[in-house]
Design a protein around this ligand. Sequence first.
Ligand SMILES: [Zn+2]
Length: 291
Amino acid sequence: MADVLARALACGGTVRALAAVTTGLVEEARGRHGTAPTATAALGRALTGALLLAATIKRDERLSLEFSGDGPLRGVLADATPDGDARGFVLRPATHLPPRRGKLDVGGALGHGLLCVMRVPLAAGSLYRSVVPLASGEIGADLASYLLVSEQTRAAVGVGVFVDTDGRVAAAGGYLVQALPGASDDALDAVAARVERVATPSELVRDGLGPVDMLQALVGGDLSVLEERQVRFRCRCSRERVAAAILAMGRTEIESVLETDRQAQVTCEFCAARYVVEESELRGLLSAASS
Ligand SMILES: [Zn+2]
């Protein structure tokens, strides 16, 4: 099944409902970063959450989530665009803990800490930044808590990753159900009760449900689907950006790299792509660099 995100409205347009299947892109992230199962679950949940939240913002922004905690994983970064590109990494990819209540212990891996949510304009404009304490470190509950505290909206967020015995991602996905202005408490309570009863997102995806099926299971028949779109792991790094970063180091640094290694090796932390900048290119950058 392809990775797809669906956007819909429910309860006469007063409830926003989104769901996504992200198995392929989370498996790609695992392969790129070589994450152990608990780290894979944390990264996959964060990537899925970033995609869901990014689908609610303006087209000319991207959304960035930064979870930091005192647990062994230390942190997870994920960012996504409204067009469905997501990328991310964890600080300690080898993190794996014994399962808790039959599930990968993402909360234990992150520990206590903070969630920083940023909306970054793609061109000119001002940056929005909000920091809230982690609710549980389980990612979904942390995102719901952020929406309640920072945006004063009731929301249910479920994100899940099922890692197979061979370490690969067998299923990943998530949902976001959020009250919009005008939503009645009764309607929200009914939706919340229904969301409570439904299986976890990774179970729904394992059962073969697509995003629209997931939304139907979550909010019922009164659903108007606005859009379904593909989502993917895609990074914004490039040789040009690497060259610009080297240029920004300044003459002295570039000279020192030329003297010692003769080439610069740069690994993108978001996607693990490796760039090698050869001596001739470094000399070109040196002549363009300021002192
Ligand atoms: Zn990259």
